[in-house]
Design a protein around this ligand. Sequence first.
Ligand code: NAD
Ligand code: UFG
Length: 350
Amino acid sequence: MGSETQSILVTGGAGFIGTHTVLQLLNVGFKVVIIDNLDNSVEESVQRVRELAGTDRSRNLQFYLGDLRNKEDLEKVFSQTRFDAVIHFAGLKAVGESVAKPGLYYNNNLIGTLNLFEFMGKYGCKKMVFSSSATVYGQPEKIPCVEDFQLMAMNPYGRTKLFLEEIARDIQKADPDWRIVLLRYFNPVGAHISGQIGEDPKGIPNNLMPYIQQVAVGRLPELSVFGYDYPTEDGSAIRDYIHVMDLADGHIAAVQKIFTTADIGCRAYNLGTGKGTSVLEMVAAFEKASGKKIPIKLCPRRPGDATAVYASTERALKELGWKARYGVEEMCRDQWNWASKNPWGYQSQT
Ligand code: NAD
Ligand code: UFG
C-alpha cells in the first residue's frame, strides 16, 4: 500500500485514464500532484475526483495548470515537491488528427516527455510509469500480442509512442538508476462505478465506445461500423477492451513494482484482458446494458485498422501480480451509468 510520505506526480491527470488512476492512488494513501494543461480535459474532472476521494484523502491532491512543453511550469512543480515517482499520461492521442497534424503530435508528445525526463533527472526522481499503447504492435501478425514482439507504428501518434519507448530504453541504459515501466494499454473503456468520472472527448469521438455512448444518449444518430468483411465470426474487427478501473489498478501495481524492484530497468507490460470482442458484440453488450437501441450502418473498413488485436496477459500477471477483473458486461454497465448521468460529459451539470 502507498504511504502518505510518498508523492506521485501524475501528468495528464485530469484526463480519462488519469482521473481514475489518481482516485485509486489517493485511495491507497499516496500524495498526488497533477500537472495538466486541460487541452483535452476540464478541471471539473479533478473536482469530481476530490469528491469521490472524500475530504481527508483529497487533501493529498494538488492540481497545477501547466504544460509539459513549458519548462517554467515544470520548474514550478518540481521545485515545490520531492516526487518519489511519476506517472506520465499527458499526451495527444487521436490517430486521425495525428495524420493531419504530425508536427503538433511530435511537438506535444516528444518535447513534453523529453522535458519531463530532463526535470526528473535534475531533481533526482528517476522512476517513471509511462502510458504506451497496443498501437506499438502495429498490425500484429500473431495474436495474442506478447511484449517482446517486434514493434511497428502505423501513424504519427503510434510513432510518438514507439519513439518514446525507445527514448525511455536509451535513457535507462545510459543511467541504470532509472526504473521505467512502459504500460501498453489495449482499449480502455468503462467508467468509475459511481458514474461521476468517465471519458469526455471533445468533438466527435474517434473511438468506438464513446461513439456508441453518444448515440445512446441521442447526441449522434447512428454508429458507423467500420468493416463487416473481416475474417472473424461476425465480420467485424476484434479488440481487447479493458475496464478503466482495471487499468487504474494496473498503474498501482506498476508503481509498487517500481518501488520494490531496483533492477527493473525499462520493462514493458501489456494491460489488457487477453479476450477479444468484436465491434458487433460490443454494440449488443451496450444495448443490453443500456436498454437503448444503437442504430448501425455497415461501412467500409477504416484504413490502417487490424483485424484482431488482443493482449497476452502473462507477463503482467507474473511480474506485477495484476490481472483484469471486469468483463464486457461491467464495462458497458459502468459506461452507461456515466453516460446517463452525464449525457454531455462534465458540462452536463455546469
Ligand atoms: P486524455 O486526453 O483524456 O488525457 C490526457 C491528458 O493529458 C489530458 O487531460 C490533456 O489535457 C493532457 N495533456 C496533453 N498534452 C499535455 C501537455 N503538453 N502538458 C500537460 N498536459 C497535457 O487521454 P487518456 O485516454 O486519458 O490517455 C492517457 C494516455 O494514455 C495518453 O498518453 C494516451 O496516448 C495513452 N493511451 C490511451 C489510450 C486510450 O484509448 N484512451 C490507449 C492507449 C494509450
Ligand atoms: N469502430 C467502428 N466505428 C467507430 C469507431 C470505431 O466500427 O465509430 C471500430 C474500429 O474500426 C475498430 C474498433 O471499433 O475495429 C475499435 O476502434 P477504436 O478506435 O475504439 O480503437 P482502436 O483499436 O482502433 O485504437 C485505440 C486507440 C489507439 C490505441 C489502440 C490500442 O484509438 O490510439 O486503441 O490502445 F493505440
